[in-house]
Design a protein around this ligand. Structure first.
Ligand SMILES: Cc1ncc(COP(=O)(O)O)c(C=O)c1O
Length: 306
């Protein structure tokens, strides 16, 4: 699939191709393992990491349908909604968000940005939020008006997989394992669909995430993918989504200082903690090359300092 919309083509040109950075860390090299980060965090300050990958063909589809408004859902620090609000403003499409939980008295910086970019914010109860999760197609949300497009949580649609698959095609290095943090596991499904002979490891950012296995299988159903070499690590959630513990923050600080690469504690910090832990347990074989995807989301760091 290729983009046809001129604005999206221009936006894509401005992003360029993300590079690979090798992580130099004595205990990793001693095990004969090479670890690289695919720097999707560099793609754009806001539509960074997996956001552009997942959104690009969805936006193309929405524009083909003459969509005037995209409605989506997420938490109060959602990178997905943040990127959507920004790109909606850029493309001249109205955006609306169904946000989990009560409206806070003072909007955090993620929500303030979204509001500034013209997104309409609607706060929904946790039980209503859970119900919204069952609407998985662009026209599935009850009450949708003409010209409105429903975008499921985290951009979990078949079209998102096509953009993520392009990331795999960009990797100009022989490798054995791809690693990625998981929220809805849509990004993982995209990687699996495009890397038929590789091991793909996900790191769940939330607790009790076994159900993600079904979600991935459902997303892969419409692809020609026969890769069964994927697995989601469930034990690196640190208490739940957006929950942190001192050992995680300690790890992130050490990693950032040693590698001069910024992480955030919701997704990429947990994934890299998990990768380091698995390496130290001898999970990977000597000689293996691992590519971990830096999925961006650094704006989320503001939620931990404000
Ligand atoms: C920075 C970052 N990394 C990883 C993820 C998880 O992506 P997915 O929902 O496709 O599993 C998200 C959420 O979309 C995210 O914002």
């Amino acid at each position: 699939m290729t983009l046809t919309n001129k604005q999206l083509i221009a936006l894509e040109k401005s992003l360029g191709v993300s590079s690979l950075t090798q992580i130099i860390e004595p205990f990793i090299q001693e095990q004969g393992i090479e670890l690289y980060l695919k720097r999707d965090d560099f793609l754009h300050p806001i539509i960074s990491g997996n956001k552009w990958r997942k959104l690009k063909y969805i936006l193309e589809h929405a524009l083909t349908l003459n969509t005037q408004k995209i409605i989506s859902m997420g938490g109060a620090y959602s990178n997905h909604l943040h990127a959507l609000a920004y790109v909606g403003k850029l493309l001249g499409i109205r955006t609306e968000a169904r946000i989990r939980g009560e409206r806070p008295e003072i909007l955090n910086s993620t929500l303030s940005d979204m509001l500034d970019w013209g997104m309409h914010l609607e706060f929904v109860s946790r039980s209503d939020y859970r119900l919204l999760r069952k609407y998985k197609a662009y026209d599935a949300l009850p009450g949708l008006q003409k010209g409105e497009y429903w975008l499921p949580e985290g951009g979990a649609m078949d079209l998102a997989l096509l953009g993520v698959a392009e990331l795999v095609a960009e990797i100009g290095l022989a490798y054995d394992v791809l690693c990625v943090p998981c929220g809805t596991a849509t990004t993982l499904a995209g990687l699996v669909s495009a890397a038929p002979n590789k091991q793909v490891l996900g790191f769940a950012a939330l607790k009790g995430a076994e159900y993600l296995n079904q979600e991935v299988n459902a997303l892969l159903k419409n692809t020609a993918c026969h890769n069964n070499e994927w697995f989601i690590q469930l034990q690196y959630h640190f208490g739940g989504f957006a929950k942190i513990k001192p050992e995680l923050l300690h790890f992130i600080r050490g990693f950032e200082q040693a590698q001069c690469i910024k992480l955030e504690p919701i997704y990429t910090g947990k994934m890299l903690y998990g990768i380091y832990d698995l390496i130290s347990q001898g999970y990977f074989k000597s000689g293996q090359k691992i590519i971990a995807i830096h999925t961006g989301g650094l704006q989320g760091n503001r939620g931990f300092s404000s």
